[in-house]
Design a protein around this ligand. Structure first.
Ligand code: NAI
Length: 344
């Protein structure tokens, strides 16, 4: 089949190292991809004078699919988060983060198989902050009927397609009666049209306690923006950390795949980062191409990569964050070796 052009944004910190590993693994698995390299984050600021250049946005709009390394948002005046900007400008309203136990990675928790669906464009990420009067600041939490309804609909459609059984909304509508109130009202309304999917609401503080007591009771979590951000890292901690949780940001036109973790400045350049989360995001991307464009070749490649990392993890062939001995390129090479042994 013809090569598919896909945008790759190496990003900052550990981003370029883990993106290189991802390209090698996808290539070995037979994914026929012609990479279009674009930049975002500090690396783009150095090259183009802005953190999210228009040519990056244009390339994603043109090719519809991108994979992205983490981007550092410079702290200080005048920079709004690259990731927030990207999600808003491309209207990537649904963040999807599957969190599950992996073979060979033992944690205190078993039977974790949760999909986090996070509303990606509103909430406290509106970027509207004011100094009301010296010493008093305000951040605006935005919720619109349109966005609350479309994320609820997206989550229920996802559950239906994937044959998932239950959707739980975490909220704080007892305090934020209007904004979180609207979020649960819309979710409740949408849930009535999906009789075969159980719908549940939980106040977020109690929900967090229940997650760490028994995560196996949760199936899909539907969350507004900030809660989705926090719960993603919390749930990553249940299954081995940020090195093993992939993600996708999906809109009606485009999809951008990326790991949940950030640019990890503390280990950047040491070549010890775990590339698995972004490789798994790459697997999600290949499956997305199979679903949306009928690319069976991409599905085959995705299946091979999954088999390869299951084998590697079962053999203890991992990076340091998972108590292994391999560095980033070594881990990628091990995956490539396993892939090459898998029969078509
Ligand atoms: P972080 O996720 O970069 O790091 C948290 C901890 O996890 C660090 O100790 C780090 O070494 C470790 N870690 C993260 N990914 C790892 C990997 N693949 N392998 C091994 N260890 C890993 O979060 P932090 O420090 O809060 O953020 C750093 C920068 O990343 C900030 O500028 C932030 O804005 C940005 N960020 C970007 C994201 C994105 O582009 N999607 C998401 C989250 C943060």
């Amino acid at each position: 089949m013809k090569a598919r052009k896909i945008v790759i944004i190496p990003g900052d910190g550990i981003g370029p190292e883990i993106c290189e590993a991802t390209k090698n693994v996808l290539r070995a698995a037979g994914a026929n991809i012609d990479w279009i390299v674009r930049h975002a984050g500090v690396s783009a600021l150095e090259k183009y004078g802005e953190v999210l250049p228009q040519n990056t946005i244009d390339a994603i709009l043109k090719h519809k699919v991108a994979i992205k390394g983490p981007c550092t948002t410079p702290i200080g005046d005048g920079f709004s988060s690259v990731n927030v900007q990207l999600r808003k400008r491309l209207d990537l309203y649904a963040a999807v983060r599957p969190v599950r136990n992996l073979k060979g990675i033992y944690t205190r928790f078993s039977n974790v198989n949760i999909v986090i669906i996070r509303e990606n464009t509103e909430g406290l990420y509106s970027g509207v902050e004011n100094v009301v009067t010296p010493g008093v600041v305000m951040s605006m939490k935005v919720a619109t009927e349109r966005s609350c309804e479309r994320i609820a609909r997206w989550a229920f459609e996802y559950a239906k397609k994937r044959k998932r059984k239950k959707i739980t909304v975490f909220h704080k509508a007892n305090i934020m009666k209007l904004s979180d109130g609207l979020f649960i009202r819309k979710a409740r309304e949408v849930s009535k049209k999906y009789k075969n999917i159980e719908y549940q609401e939980m106040i977020i503080d109690a929900g967090c306690m229940k997650i760490v007591q028994d995560p196996a009771q949760f199936d899909i979590l539907l969350l507004e923006n900030l809660y989705g951000d926090v719960l993603s890292d919390l749930c990553a901690g249940l299954v081995g950390g940020l090195g093993v949780v992939p993600g996708a940001n999906i809109g009606n036109d485009c999809a951008v795949f990326e790991a949940v973790h950030g640019s990890a400045p503390d280990i950047s350049g040491l070549k010890i980062a775990n590339p698995l989360a972004i490789i798994m995001s790459g697997v999600m991307m290949l499956n997305h191409l199979a679903d949306t464009e009928g690319r069976d070749d991409m599905k085959k490649a995705a299946d091979k990569i999954k088999q390869a990392y299951d084998i590697a993890l079962s053999l203890g062939e991992t990076t340091q964050d998972l108590e292994g001995k391999l560095n980033t390129p070594e881990f990628a090479r091990v995956l490539v070796q396993h892939i090459l042994k898998i029969k078509n």
